[in-house]
Design a protein around this ligand. Structure first.
Ligand SMILES: [Zn+2]
Length: 498
């Protein structure tokens, strides 16, 4: 048992009440023992009751639950590696040019950005892992290991896919679009991602076994998207869920082309199609869902599905604007995810929250718009609900994990902020990552005064830069040429759809 810690602040947000209003403690303190919130109350009462604690924090600070980035894939962004933002379907071709960054370095890079903006838990959806079962497991272990070194909490899933890797159509259709000289290059590339469904299930089971007893690591299921899975693949995802109860996170209806694909595949809307396999329920989170219609939302509501709003990504990849107000009005838990990168091409969760707050404000005095409290709840409590950690995280009530962010509230409100403005409003509108003083995960400090406690930030970024300075290989150049050529061909292919 470690020495208990008492951490005080002017304001502590411990969670949300039944109406979604923030529960705030003023002049308060939390007592942390064995990684959990052991007690909470006024600072004076906590000091009297727990005189044997190490004491920290105090005036001029605020504490919020650690933020949850509920949808994440990679570290170094596609843009950093030369892939311009494109409409999603074209971007799949554009991003072929990305080099294969060592997974530990790549994970630390975005992990640094997340933690520095107050993220304590990430839903890592691992979608690029070539090779056999052993190679995929090695990558997964490197990714999970990097989060572990940094001290973050991670819900990891390996994206299940067994078809249509580039187009919403057979891989052979894509190969046939290409000039003959490029087909072997593309075929070789695609063959690298050839794990069959049984192998993919084995990856899931092995990882669950490996991390069974690890408090800060959980493994869940990621049926990648309707078009990426055959009926057998959708069935497999449902079976894995039935056997283990592990939650699932699935991209769905990200663009109008994905809606059209569902119509071509037949048997109802995309949501109805996955419902046929038993995937809809409280253990499923739909990522994006930009093109969910009214009936789809009603079905999701009946089944208790969670949604994940990926605001920046929808903008950058021209996917459309999700009707967040309709999601919230339907009463579904909605999480918030930064996806590959936010509007600043980084993983700044405070920025992503501000974007979500601001984007969904349609004209009209009475038109709905999200409140700051709703967005904050998305990034904490509702994000938690989409992970296997559930309500162990996402709030700071007694018994929950001590995953929290200490903010320099003087900095947030300097030189002036009307003190009558609500706490959540001020946090959402004015807090930047330079106000993040400390980040704790499971009661352990992982970020203090701008520095990472367990990993040398500068050294890792230098390693990453050195890796990228390596001379390009023949394969790098061939793949970049393939991406250039494929872009127009893929555009032409979808031109025949409409
Ligand atoms: Zn995604």
């Amino acid at each position: 048992m470690t020495q208990p810690l008492l951490i005080a602040a002017d304001t502590i947000l411990t969670g949300f009440d039944r109406d979604g209003e923030p529960i705030l403690l003023e002049n308060a303190a939390l007592v942390i023992r064995d990684g959990l919130i052991a007690d909470a109350g006024t600072a004076a009462a906590m000091r009297r009751k727990h005189p044997d604690t190490d004491q920290t924090g105090g005036a001029g600070t605020a504490i919020i639950p650690g933020l949850i980035n509920a949808h994440h894939h990679v570290g170094v962004t596609p843009f950093q590696m030369g892939a311009q933002d494109q409409p999603l379907e074209l971007w799949f071709a554009e991003r072929l040019r990305m080099r294969d960054v060592p997974p530990d370095l790549d994970t630390l890079y975005s992990g640094f950005e997340m933690v520095a903006s107050g993220v304590t838990t990430v839903q890592h959806l691992h979608s690029r892992a070539p090779g056999d079962v052993a190679a995929v497991l090695d990558r997964a272990n490197q990714i999970i290991g990097a989060y572990d070194r940094l001290g973050m909490r991670v819900s990891y899933s390996f994206a299940m896919r067994d078809q249509n890797r580039i187009l919403y159509d057979d891989d052979q259709v894509f190969l046939d679009l290409l000039p003959a000289a490029m087909r072997p290059i593309a075929a070789r590339y695609l063959a690298g991602f050839g794990l069959n469904l049984d192998d993919q299930a084995q990856v899931f089971h092995e990882l669950r076994k490996t991390y069974r007893d690890k408090d800060r690591v959980a493994v869940q299921i990621a049926p990648a998207n309707l078009h990426w899975l055959s009926d057998a693949g959708l069935e497999m995802a449902a079976r894995l869920h039935d056997a283990t109860g592990a939650p699932m996170h699935m991209h769905l209806l990200e663009t109008p082309y994905q809606r059209d694909y569902a119509a071509r595949r037949g048997r109802g809307s995309a949501v109805e199609q996955i419902d046929r396999f038993g995937l809809l329920g409280p253990d499923l989170t739909i990522g994006h869902g930009v093109w969910l219609d009214h009936d789809d939302l009603a079905l999701c509501r009946r089944k208790g599905v969670c949604l994940c709003h990926n605001c920046s990504s929808n903008l950058r990849l021209k996917s459309g604007t999700a009707d967040l107000n309709a999601f919230l009005a339907a009463g579904l838990p909605v999480a918030l995810g930064i996806d590959e990168a936010g509007i600043n091409d980084d993983r700044d969760m405070l920025q992503e929250m501000r974007l979500a707050l601001t984007l969904h404000r349609p004209a009209g005095h009475d038109a709905p718009a999200p409140t700051a409290a709703q967005i904050l709840r998305m990034a904490t409590q509702h994000g938690a609900a989409t992970t296997p950690f559930r309500n162990r995280i996402g709030g700071l009530a007694v018994g929950q994990a001590a995953d929290l962010v200490v903010l320099d509230w003087n900095r947030v409100t300097y030189p002036w902020q009307d003190p009558r403005t609500g706490f959540a409003d001020v946090l959402l509108r004015r807090a930047k990552s330079d106000a993040v003083l400390q980040v704790l995960v499971a009661g352990r400090r992982i970020f203090v005064d701008g520095a990472f406690v367990t990993v040398d930030h500068k050294q890792q970024l230098d390693r990453l830069r050195q890796w990228h300075l390596r001379p390009r290989t023949k394969t790098d150049d061939e793949i970049a040429e393939l991406a250039d050529t494929a872009l127009d061909l893929v555009r032409g292919y979808y031109g025949t759809w409409r």
